[in-house]
Design a binder for this molecule. Sequence first.
Ligand SMILES: [Fe+2]
Length: 328
Amino acid sequence: MTDTLNNDTAGAGVNDAGYATFTAGGFTFRRDEYFATIEWPTGSHQLAIDSFLRSMQRDVAWGFFYGIVNFDEVFGTMNHYGNVDMFAGRFNEAYRKAEVDYSENFDHDVLIECFKAILSDWTNEGYDPFAAPMETGSAFGPSKGTNDAAVTRRRVVADRMVGVPGDEQIRSDETGFPINRGFEDVPQDEPIVRAEAGYEDEVCSFNLFAYLSRSDVTWNPSVVSACKESLYCPTTEEYILPVIHGNDRVEWFVQLSDEIQWDVEDRDTGAKRARVVMKAGDVAAMPADIRHQGYSPKRSMLLVWENGSPRIPEMIAKGEATVHPVDF
Ligand SMILES: [Fe+2]
């Protein structure tokens, strides 16, 4: 396991565009005005910087998430919950055959600190990697200021359910979250609860559509209810899911409004497996052996339902659980 990383901001490491260079194990990260360039002992790769920052933002905010976060078809991370692999070409058949793929294991805390430092240094003033492209400034050009308030934004996580006293809420004008331009037609009335005397603090409800209409970010599932390992994670989507998510468990999607089109590929090789068009009311289950990327032509609401048990990857490996939600 690699436990060292460096950035040479303290030395002469700031390049002509004003950006620091970072290293983690055998990987080096550089940015210029348009691209992030990643080098590893057997190769190198470039990503458009806006796309790279949007992916990096999710990987950091989600703590490497479930399974695999592919920034694109070459570079990404694989979560082992406590430690994490950073890889290039590992889930790309051509890179594997040419033997230029590379993977290195890091302590979770070490790699996340490196990624946070990259995100902070490479994000310019006025650009928010969480925002839809039409709702933020440009990621391109020479280094200009920072946007740490945006890139350190925390994912909203409820302990029980949104609306229960004391839990985090983004439900009203008082919290400072305005209704998004895509959801101006969403009713904002809240359900009326008439609880038995003595149960006033224990019975609650909330308007999920109104809640989501005020989400100021895209492709960032919040957790609105947690019942043991069952997590309801709704989110609002616009433009392209910045990562190609490689599942390590079955994942259910309920399309709550509008439309998302999904490209579904084999998780390990990237071979195309399906294209799924989900319209409001549609429900789909993504198997545990695929990777997927979604396209949302206008802002839409999606409910992602996960079983968050850390045992699931091991159960699948041992054959105690299947990669399909239902065997017909
Ligand atoms: Fe997924």
